[in-house]
Design a binder for this molecule. Structure first.
Ligand SMILES: Cc1cc2nc3c(=O)[nH]c(=O)nc-3n(C[C@H](O)[C@H](O)[C@H](O)COP(=O)(O)OP(=O)(O)OC[C@H]3O[C@@H](n4cnc5c(N)ncnc54)[C@H](O)[C@@H]3O)c2cc1C
Length: 413
């Protein structure tokens, strides 16, 4: 049974920064306990078309049900996963039913849970003033909002955290992803037949390619209208990443380059490398990606996730490498735990202390688990345990047993 949180307390107000997964989950769960909420998103246009595939977990389904968003038409179900070699032959397989959804679908389901008047686009958080009793939150353009609580759901590069704990910074993992989602209709008959219906791994040395089907644009689940999520992990040291963060116009970016500005020489090199190493069905996917993205991978954990009357949720609180596909599930669980603590304690500061004690350690566990899975890439192996995991994860079967599987947290309970 999902742990729905009944309405109990009222006359309290939260300002939530970030209109993505953790911001929306926070709004949904805080509303359930009778709080007034306002969500502020810096993007001035609706957050659609981000397009990335999202592996679901039982914890995510529970959080969606409990939040009121539900799981209707959530995504595409695959019956199994398998790995292939350079010739496209299956090397190993596992039966595992999984529903693969998309960031867009989750966003639209969660948006339904809150009043549109409470969701404000085009408002960027600038700074917060806190006293013992509440927060005054300042936005671009001079807008100020008073509230009992500030929720930082503004992602791994959180500007809320940047103010309350500027010393805490994400750490580059030593690798990045090329990703995209070609249209089902563009893929070759062979690709559609051999890999499209499945969760597929291709694991050349120091690399990891993962593919699975997701809905098409506007959550189109009809055969022929879906997309194929394509993720290709590759190693690059910090100097190489810095070079890759110089855009087509020669401008240096700090963290990543917006997709339309990715340098043409990098894209050309990516295609050339794909031709060298990919099985033909995977190469077909790469060549059909209309706009490839580069996503550098970062670790982030914090010794605490509450700073006065400011509580961090989702990636802003702890950001794991995406090997388990658990980030949205964690965002939902953080938000639910925050609301539960505020429901169960009369005093907000006591509730926030309880929230911190509950979720900060779990964030650490999840990030450390993702680091273990990342040892497959063979970069920054620091300990004997890292080297042991790296050796274990050189087998296709082991990767399929560890990557994006449900219930991985059970081992830590
Ligand atoms: C390649 C890849 C694959 C992934 N695969 C999966 C998967 O399979 N399953 C899964 O569960 N998770 C997956 N994740 C992780 C998942 O995408 C994140 O965990 C999730 O999006 C976190 O949500 P969030 O709301 O905390 O942060 P974000 O989604 O980063 O949202 C933060 C929001 O805050 C806004 N914002 C930032 N600064 C400000 C400001 N100053 N003022 C106002 N708004 C601001 C941003 O515009 C943004 O909309 C993956 C991640 C990557 C990179």
């Amino acid at each position: 049974m999902p742990d729905a949180i009944p309405t109990q307390r009222a006359n309290k107000r939260a300002v939530i920064i970030g209109g993505s997964m953790s911001g929306l989950f926070s709004a949904a769960f805080l509303q359930q306990i009778g709080w007034d909420v306002d969500v502020y998103e810096k993007s001035s246009v609706e957050l659609v078309g981000r397009g990335a595939g999202i592996t679901t977990h039982p914890e995510l389904l529970d959080a969606l049900e409990a939040s009121g968003a539900g799981t209707k038409d959530l995504g595409v179900e695959v019956p199994k996963r398998f790995s292939i070699d350079r010739e496209g032959r299956i090397t190993d397989e596992r039966p595992l039913r999984q529903v693969l959804t998309s960031w867009d679908r989750l966003q639209s389901l969660l948006r339904e849970t809150i009043d549109t008047a409470r969701y404000h686009l085009g408002w960027a958080f600038e700074h917060v003033e806190q006293d013992g009793h509440g927060v005054r939150v300042h936005f671009n353009g001079g807008r100020v909002q008073q509230a009992d609580l500030l929720v930082g759901g503004d992602g791994v590069r959180s500007s809320v955290r940047g103010q309350v704990a500027p010393e805490l910074q994400p750490i580059y993992a030593g690798y990045y992803i090329w990703r995209g989602a070609p249209n089902e209709a563009d893929l070759s008959p062979k690709t559609l037949r051999e890999i499209f219906p499945y969760f597929v791994f291709y694991l050349p040395p120091q690399q990891e390619v993962i593919t699975y089907p997701i809905a098409g644009l506007n959550n189109d689940l009809r055969p022929g209208h879906r997309r194929y999520n394509f993720i290709w992990y590759r190693a690059a040291d910090a100097a190489r990443l810095r070079d890759m963060n110089v855009d087509e116009k020669g401008v240096q970016h700090d963290h990543s380059v917006p997709p339309p500005l990715i340098r043409k020489d990098l894209i050309a090199q990516m295609y050339a490398d794909a031709r060298d190493i990919m099985p033909d069905v995977m190469l077909d996917c790469v060549m059909k990606i209309k706009q490839p993205f580069i996503t550098p991978i970062y670790d982030f954990t914090a010794p605490r996730i509450v700073f006065g009357r400011t509580a961090m949720v989702g990636d802003a609180a702890a950001n794991a490498r995406p090997h388990m596909g658990f980030g949205v599930a964690k965002a939902g669980q953080d938000a639910q735990a925050l609301a539960r603590a505020l429901r169960d304690h009369d005093d907000i500061d006591t509730a926030l202390k309880a929230y911190n004690a509950d979720r900060q350690p779990i964030g650490n566990v999840i990030v450390n688990h993702s680091r273990k899975l990342g040892t497959h890439m063979g970069v920054n192996l620091k300990t004997e345990e890292d080297r042991r995991m790296h050796a274990l994860l050189q087998s296709d079967g082991a990767m399929m047993d560890w990557i994006a599987v449900p219930h991985f947290l059970d081992a830590y309970r």
